[in-house]
Design a protein around this ligand. Structure first.
Ligand code: IMP
Ligand code: MG
Length: 179
């Protein structure tokens, strides 16, 4: 698996230091608010588990699974909900946790979808941000790192469902895509 990585973009140490800062910031902002973290599967599962352990306040959590239609070709902004929440979010402070904010189409849709259920507030947290790729009007309230327009894997992010278990974030060798 490691032989497929061209370069390491973010080391395990860089990621854990930043995630600790992010958790501390959320703990400060949401102390006494009992927020609900909503992880967007599958990419956010590693980040989510580290982030909530760095946010030392009372909170609950849930997961959603979504996929977007027409990526790269004729994106309509339509997103399919594969797994919805198991709890009511009305009146709650929700924190949406994403691995990467790319075109923004997924998060833009998700925010609209969840707003209908009248949460008290919605906060967007993304570990990575590729601002140069944005196509939908959405920005994260809290971002870990800005990354260049390169396809990255590891720490939850995949290429064709592989590499999610790499403990760091790296760029794949171009020949892997060509296969
Ligand atoms: P968006 O709707 O274009 O913002 O899509 C965001 C989703 O696309 C992320 O949650 C990832 O699942 C996926 N994605 C975007 N860029 C990358 C990347 O560089 N590596 C792996 N997955 C990515
Ligand atoms: Mg994702």
């Amino acid at each position: 698996m490691k032989d497929d990585i061209l370069k390491v973009l973010l080391t395990q140490e860089q990621i854990s230091a930043r995630v600790a800062e992010m958790g501390a910031e959320l703990a400060k902002d949401f102390c006494d608010k009992n927020p609900m973290f909503i992880g967007v599967l599958k990419g956010s599962f590693v980040f989510m588990s580290d982030l909530v352990r760095c946010t030392e306040i009372k909170c609950s959590l849930d997961f959603m699974s979504v996929s977007s239609y027409g990526r790269g070709t004729s994106t309509t902004g339509e997103v399919k909900i594969n797994k919805d929440l198991g709890q009511d979010i009305a009146g709650r402070h929700i924190i949406i946790v994403e691995d990467i904010l790319d075109s923004g189409i997924t998060l833009n849709y998700l925010v609209g979808y969840l707003k209908n259920r009248q949460p008290e507030s919605i906060t967007l947290v993304a570990l990575l941000d590729k601002p140069s790729r944005r196509r939908a009007p959405v920005n994260a309230n809290l971002t870990g790192f800005q990354v260049p327009d390169e396809f990255v894997v590891g720490y939850g992010l995949d290429f064709a469902e592989s590499y999610r278990n790499l403990p760091y974030i790296g760029v794949l060798k171009p020949e892997i895509y060509a296969m």
